[in-house]
Ligand binder design. Structure first.
Ligand SMILES: [Mg+2]
Length: 277
């Protein structure tokens, strides 16, 4: 089914390596064993910058990745919009790094925006919804969302909570205007393509590891990548595979099971084990 062996990895982050501010079992071992394997992290989370994400991993006691190896959906959205239109004007709704990422390639303009960009996090209110709807209906602004996730995992007061994702936050704009949004994050190809270009690796020689069948795995499979689901996040052990989606190459309950399978099938892809702590 695959004509090439995997020689590089793309890794999701939340639900695979950590949950909230806690590392998941096997994450430290995997990141340590990636020291000599080409790899890039791809996250649909548009809120934190790569530097903030790298610092958060370091604070959890995990090896701190180089920020240039982390591609967020906010960065991918900015890149996509810059290719779509030079010096675009935008109105954006979303917390964290999204506005800064867009500002590098476009201009904020809530009266004459060419595009309404929806991210994640707190901030959406009646006024913003009204501005966005009218930009779309009166000015023909395009509706773009950083990522299609209906919901995402969060932690509040030490407890797991479900938060609205980019797919949920863009929905009221789509409902009010009848316009279909353009999504940038996984499972759309752009985030993967940016990462593959950074790795200088064809899709068929790269393994995508993630915790969501509908985004991480579905998007990678469409590009012809190797795929591994780890059931440590959104998709728990024992839940039947969604029949509408293609099966991944690896379906593992945790990262240790995945590392064992990769050592068996693709020896040398991960660095040898030196420290089993
Ligand atoms: Mg995830």
């Amino acid at each position: 089914m695959h004509s090439e062996q995997p020689r590089a990895l793309l890794l999701d982050m939340d639900g695979l390596l950590y949950h909230g501010d806690r590392p998941l079992p096997g994450a430290r071992r995997l990141l340590t064993r990636l020291a000599e394997t080409p790899h890039v992290f791809v996250t649909n989370n548009p809120i934190r910058t790569p530097e903030q994400i790298a610092d958060a991993l370091g604070a959890m006691g995990l090896p701190r990745p180089h920020p240039e190896r982390i591609i967020t959906s906010a960065l991918a959205t900015a890149r996509w919009l810059a290719q779509w239109r030079e010096n675009f004007r935008y109105f954006c709704v979303g917390a964290g790094s999204l506005d800064a990422a867009l500002r590098r390639v476009g201009q904020p303009d809530s009266e004459r925006a060419d595009v309404v960009v929806i991210g994640e996090g707190p901030g959406l209110d009646f006024e913003q919804l009204t501005i966005g709807i009218n930009l779309i209906l009166s000015r023909g602004a395009r509706l773009v969302a950083t990522n299609p996730d209906p919901s995402v995992d969060g932690v509040r007061n030490g407890r797991h909570v479900t938060l609205p994702g980019g797919g949920a936050l863009v929905a009221p704009f789509a409902a009010a205007t009848g316009v279909t949004p353009t999504f940038v994050g996984k499972p759309e190809p752009l985030l993967y393509e940016m990462a593959l270009a950074l790795l200088d690796c064809p899709a068929g020689a790269c393994l995508m590891v993630g915790d969501r069948p509908d985004t991480d795995i579905a998007g990678a499979e469409r590009l012809g990548m190797w795929t591994a689901l780890v059931r440590s996040g959104q998709y728990p052990p024992g839940r039947p595979w969604p029949t509408a989606l293609p099966q991944p190459d690896y379906d593992c309950d945790d990262l240790s099971v995945l590392m064992n399978a990769l050592d068996r099938d693709h020896p040398g892809l991960l660095s040898p084990e030196r420290d089993r702590s």
